[in-house]
Write a protein that binds this ligand. Structure first.
Ligand code: GLA
Length: 427
């Protein structure tokens, strides 16, 4: 048993129960395929972002939580250079060689790109990694805006470094820095192997999440604070539109380019800025008329969203210190900021879609829903709502019935616990 490999991230009782179900599934499958037990199992959560959307790649602020949905990988080190992988949920196997990852083998399935990317980047930065046998499985819905891909690359990174005995610093004082390095490496996998110029939020929360806390992250300095959520009688409900637009990746990259263009133009008058994070709305309003209309809208959204995150986080922090009678008002403020975030994403940033708008409209019609918005990159995927426990049943019934009636699609609803970040379980 490898005691040194454990990360110090306890989860809630519910999330641990759910996790152990999935962990035993990968473990059993590993034993069935490889005829031996795995050495350890790594587990990385998906995330839902409460507020701060499309701000991460603009050097801004985000406030995501890790959820109790995970990608798990059961792993055993091999003595040779082969990587033998089985993806349980799609029932697909593939075999790779650590010395033949470039160019990506033509028969490599898409999901294996994340492992290929992680292995390639680890090796390129001088890490000696070993071959491994691995079984992968998870319950983060794929392509639903809950960061299944970040959870896959994070768990892959931990699998490689663990099987190659490179984990030593993970549970020492240096571990936070090490986790940030992993997050950056996994972000590069998206950029260089998948083609999405994503920000740093998803990988960071998957590594640094804490049970019952939101992660207030400054995406420029990477400084962060775990803020207690204390939602009391409220819970986090995620509703899945079950739609996914093929254009999502290219539209995402386009938004990023539009923001950069805005900064370049604004620099003529405010040379000190290097990202939208550096401009107050008052300064922006002095010059916005000089920007092309579309650029104006994109920039305005990002600048306003950064302010919303700061307000949302300070509201929650103040609430944690307030006498109980003021609590509901603070939570209502948090909810209003979520609603305003959705409006900006819909009207100015234009990354929502009719299905996401419909889900937020239905949610808002339920008494006891204090805020709701699309979450993640958009163009389909999920909404996140803060719902009073007493209203959950009505919420469930109405969202399921109304959404299906108007779209002919059966949505899914997940009531999520806020979980801890990635962990390694020695077997
Ligand atoms: C995706 C990206 C993140 C972030 C969100 C939008 O999840 O991976 O980096 O930009 O979209 O907030």
């Amino acid at each position: 048993m490898r005691q040194d490999a454990l990360l110090d991230n306890p989860g809630t009782a519910d999330s641990l129960e759910n996790k152990s179900k999935h962990i035993s599934a990968v473990q059993q499958k590993f034993e069935a395929i490889f005829g031996d037990s795995p050495e350890f199992i790594v587990s990385a959560p998906g995330r839902v972002n409460l507020i701060g959307e499309h701000t991460d790649y603009n050097d801004g602020y985000v406030f995501p939580v890790a959820i109790d949905k995970y990608i798990n990988i059961a792993v055993r080190e091999r003595a040779d250079r082969r990587i033998v992988l089985h993806a349980l949920d799609v029932n697909e196997s593939t075999e790779l060689n650590l010395d033949a990852l470039h160019p990506i083998p033509t028969d490599a399935p898409n999901w294996s790109y994340y492992l290929i990317g992680v292995a390639s980047l680890l090796q390129a930065s001088g890490n000696e990694i070993s071959g491994m046998d691995a079984v992968i499985s998870g319950d983060v819905p794929i392509g639903a805006g809950l960061s299944s891909s970040a959870a896959l690359s994070v768990s892959a990174a931990l699998a490689f470094v663990s099987s190659s005995k490179l984990t030593l610093s993970l549970n020492t004082g240096a571990s936070e820095e090490r986790k940030k390095e992993f997050a950056a490496l996994c972000q590069r996998v998206e950029h260089e192997f998948v083609g999405v110029n994503c920000g740093i939020m998803d990988q960071t929360i998957s590594l640094l999440g804490r049970a019952d806390h939101g992660l207030f992250l400054d995406c420029r300095s990477l400084e962060y604070e775990h803020v207690p959520l204390n939602l009391d009688a409220h819970c986090i409900a995620i509703s899945n539109t079950k739609v996914k637009r093929e254009l999502a990746a290219s539209e995402y990259n386009k938004r990023r380019a539009e923001c950069e263009r805005g900064v370049d133009i604004l620099k003529q008058w405010i040379p000190s800025i290097s990202s939208l994070r550096d401009i107050s709305i008052t300064d922006f309003e002095k010059y916005e008329g000089k920007l092309p209309t579309l650029t104006q809208k994109r920039c305005r959204y990002v600048i306003e969203e950064n302010t919303r995150v700061l307000n949302a986080v300070s509201t929650l922090k103040a609430r944690n210190q307030q006498p109980t009678e003021k609590i509901d008002n603070s939570l209502l403020t948090f909810g209003r900021l979520m609603n305003a975030s959705h409006k900006g994403l819909r009207d100015d940033y234009e990354v929502s879609c009719s299905e996401l708008n419909l889900l937020t409209d239905i949610a808002r019609s339920v008494d006891g829903v204090i805020g709701t918005r699309m979450t993640g990159a958009g163009f389909g995927g999920c909404t996140v709502s803060i719902v009073h426990r007493d209203a959950l049943e009505t919420f469930h019934t109405r969202v399921m019935a109304e959404y299906q009636k108007q779209t002919d699609i059966e949505p899914e609803i997940y009531i999520c616990n806020v979980s801890s970040g990635a962990q390694i379980f020695p077997n």
